[in-house]
Design a protein around this ligand. Sequence first.
Ligand SMILES: [Zn+2]
Length: 66
Amino acid sequence: MDLNIGDIVKMKKQHPCGGFEWEILRNGMDFRIKCLKCGHQLMLPRGKFEKNIKEIVRKVKKSDDN
Ligand SMILES: [Zn+2]
């Protein structure tokens, strides 16, 4: 799955605050994501994160694509 910093993803599970959409703050072996509704941040291993994604809501265009 192609995931980049700044992308907004919708998760299958609802956050306790009621939000579904998260922004990617850091990617790699572990992902840091932020709930768009309450601002809560958490770290997830890549495999677990990808399994929980329902869809990518918004893609950020890579600036290094020529
Ligand atoms: Zn939340």
